[in-house]
Ligand binder design. Sequence first.
Ligand code: NAP
Length: 282
Amino acid sequence: MIIDGKKVALELREKIKARLARHPHLKITLATVSVGDDPASKVYVGMQHRTAEAAGLYPEHIQLAAGTSQKQLEEQIEQLAQDDKVHGIILQLPLPDPLDKDAALAKIPPNKDIDGQTDVNMGRLLQGRKQLVPCTPLGVMRLIEAYNIETSGRTAVVVGRSAVVGLPQFLLLSEKGVDATVTVAHSRTRDLAELCKSADILVSAIGSPALITEAYVKPGAMVFDVGVTETPSGIQGDVDFDAVSKIAGGVTPMPGGTGPMTVACLLENTLLAAQLQNALPS
Ligand code: NAP
């Protein structure tokens, strides 16, 4: 089975659009902040904005020059933080050297932090009091829900331990009510194939093209490919889709899997942020 992220993302965006259409007088705004002129980041921001606009949101982009200082970046974020007309803020990462991402992220108020990256939102997730959580692992959870994939008591392996994907994915899969038994793997994990083969649910967030072959997958497992690598032949995921789809119960394609879900969840989080600011009825 193909786990169709494009289709589920479209359904989610339609729901968001319908909800916003009930409040035509509200102008729910998300602001993206970029530093420097990375072409890949430009493409990604453009896509975020088109998707947001199509759903009835109001995107705003702040483009800062490559030589922007830490102070200028933080002042810009503070300005957006204080602006009642802005409901969600996303800082495009990575930042050019020597900018400090943690200090910059700390200027985003937790209730406008639509990629769940601030200490407060990470802490809430850890304590089982989640509000705004990182969009990519949230997108995987939305796919699990959409396909009614059983998680309770199932074994899950998450490959990758970043704060933006791997670790929040671990927390979301192991939280009460989801109840998977989760192992996090990383570059020092021994016998990765053996470990992955024990998983009913496998999430790969590495950035290593086609590393996950059929030797890593239990027959019938549900496989979510988060990794993205630009190669001369186009975008490639961590999963060898052709080989793995022969034995997996379900697998996300790349592109067309977790990527569209990340963008749809960014919009979902913007609505939640607006709600937390009492700018949108629940
Ligand atoms: P990251 O911070 O570079 O983390 C990568 C993780 O993979 C690290 O924990 C690393 O282990 C682990 N790793 C690297 N090589 C490995 C190997 N051979 N075996 C096992 N683990 C290995 O990257 P990230 O920000 O989490 O992103 C991960 C991937 O997802 C990237 O390709 C990124 O482009 C993609 N991504 C996709 C979406 C989407 O919407 N689909 C969104 C965000 C990111 P160590 O910790 O030991 O170094």
